[in-house]
Design a protein around this ligand. Structure first.
Ligand code: GLV
Ligand code: MN
Length: 193
């Protein structure tokens, strides 16, 4: 009985911790030391504070338009902890999305973050699907913002005549992407189809 209760308690704790946003930091900063996509537990080790410089808090990666000459006519440039180590433990990330006329940033979700879409130029139809399978959308122009709640599938479609650019903001240092256009199948045993 006691063992069952302990297992139940452990299950609840794990479930609660999975549902949380990035944890609060316990120091001013913790610039990531050589972040990589290898196995990690809740963030990266900190660079020694004595070797942290102003450039660790600077990121120019979003200053150039991405290449929209791609399959979907869109490009996403990611500013997360992997490309911008100063974000480590801060619970923030920022992307740049460029979409050619008629192009789309296809349906995807971020398991660890909500997303704010702020349009800088052009016109984007931004939409998401709720867990009640209801569709919410809006056409945004420059200076307008739409919010995508955490984990919900969403897209941005250029409904204008010129390239559209949006900045997207996240409450996670590594929001993660579940993409409907880049699924790889891991099969156990022979597939039956
Ligand atoms: C846009 O949806 C993004 O994830 O940057
Ligand atoms: Mn997104």
């Amino acid at each position: 009985m006691e063992q069952k209760f302990t297992s139940f308690l452990l299950f609840c704790l794990i479930t609660i911790s999975i549902c949380h946003a990035d944890p609060e930091q316990l120091q001013d900063f913790c610039v990531a030391n050589n972040p990589s996509t290898d196995t990690i537990i809740n963030g990266f080790p900190c660079k020694p504070a004595s070797s942290v410089v102003s450039d660790d808090f600077f990121f120019a990666g979003l200053s150039q338009e991405g290449n929209t000459n791609s399959r979907f006519g869109s490009s996403v440039t990611a500013g997360n902890v992997l490309s911008f180590p100063g974000l480590n433990t801060l619970g923030l990330a920022i992307n740049r999305v460029d979409v050619a006329p008629g192009g789309v940033n296809p349906l995807h979700s971020h398991p660890r973050s909500s997303e704010l879409v702020f349009v800088m130029k052009g016109n984007l139809l931004v939409g998401f699907i709720s867990s009640a399978n209801k569709f919410y959308s809006k056409v945004l122009g420059p200076g307008e913002t739409f919010v995508i709640p955490k984990g919900l599938f969403h897209f941005q479609y250029n409904v204008g005549n010129s390239t559209a650019t949006a900045i997207t903001l996240f409450n996670s240092q590594l929001p993660g992407v579940v993409s409907t256009t880049r699924i790889s199948f891991i099969c156990v045993g022979a597939p039956t189809y």
